[in-house]
Design a protein around this ligand. Structure first.
Ligand SMILES: [Zn+2]
Length: 254
């Protein structure tokens, strides 16, 4: 492609690690370059999760690297390269494609991160952070709104029906949010004084905690809330480094 530069994989790694401050986070997976591919990078395919479907798309588009929020090698995982893991790794190695993954650093980044980008999409103003490593965000909607209206707006903006736990007629003035599977931060969110906690997933016990504490809960989808960080990063990287970065959305109902 014309106008595109070839960036060295190592330079790209250093650039991304610095931009996302990956060394500052304790995480459940290694952040940064997870699988080493060819030395030169011109085309990057970006997505939420390094699933086989995303790898196939990257191979089809002759990508040199893949950049995701959910990579591989999670703590507690069985490390054996068998079955679907063998297939995934074989696909990457056969095509000499690098895999870059940024988990918590890409949730937390103050402008490009999932939480900041979700707020931008939903029109919420960020006022602060909460929880360990400041992963959670707290802020306000453009105007006080009924919880039912907020849920409808989230449905419209993200294209997925959320699950609201609590009184839909409650007025929401203050929102705590954390994208993905952050239901375990419920009590930290409660301590911020928020009227509602918005995350992606929900657990059985989340319902009881919402009922008993009075803080509402909105499960807006793990995938649906975590598309925007890597999308923003793809756009930023195209501009900053003059390499091709395309976001590919692999549908996921959760
Ligand atoms: Zn996630």
């Amino acid at each position: 492609m014309e106008g595109l530069k070839t960036m060295q994989r190592e330079a790209l790694r250093q650039y991304l690690d610095g931009l996302l401050k990956s060394a500052d986070f304790r995480d459940y997976c290694p952040n940064g370059l997870q699988v080493e591919g060819k030395a030169g990078v011109q085309r990057v395919i970006c997505g939420v999760t390094a699933s086989q479907a995303l790898l196939d798309e990257a191979i089809e588009r002759q990508a040199d690297a893949i950049l995701v929020h959910h990579g591989w090698f999670w703590k507690g995982e069985d490390g054996r390269v068998t079955g679907f893991r063998r297939q995934r790794l074989a696909s990457l190695l056969a095509h000499d494609i690098s895999l870059f993954a940024y988990h918590l650093p890409l949730d937390a980044h103050p402008t490009l991160g999932n939480n900041a980008q979700l707020a931008k999409r939903l029109g919420w103003t960020i006022e602060g952070n909460f929880s360990e490593q400041n992963i959670g965000f707290v802020g306000v909607p453009p105007a006080p709104t009924f919880a039912g209206e907020l849920a409808q707006w989230v449905h419209q903006a993200l294209g997925r029906a959320p699950l609201l736990i609590g009184d839909a007629t409650r007025t929401i003035k203050r929102i705590a949010w954390c994208t993905g599977g952050a239901q375990s931060y419920f009590e930290e969110a409660l301590a911020t004084g928020a009227d509602i906690f918005v995350s992606g997933e929900i657990s059985e016990q989340t319902v009881h905690m919402a009922r008993e504490t009075g803080m509402l809960y909105l499960a807006a989808g793990h995938h649906a809330t975590e598309r925007y960080g890597v999308m923003a990063l793809a756009a930023y990287l195209s501009d900053a480094c003059s390499i091709s970065c395309d976001f590919v959305d692999i549908d996921n109902p959760v």
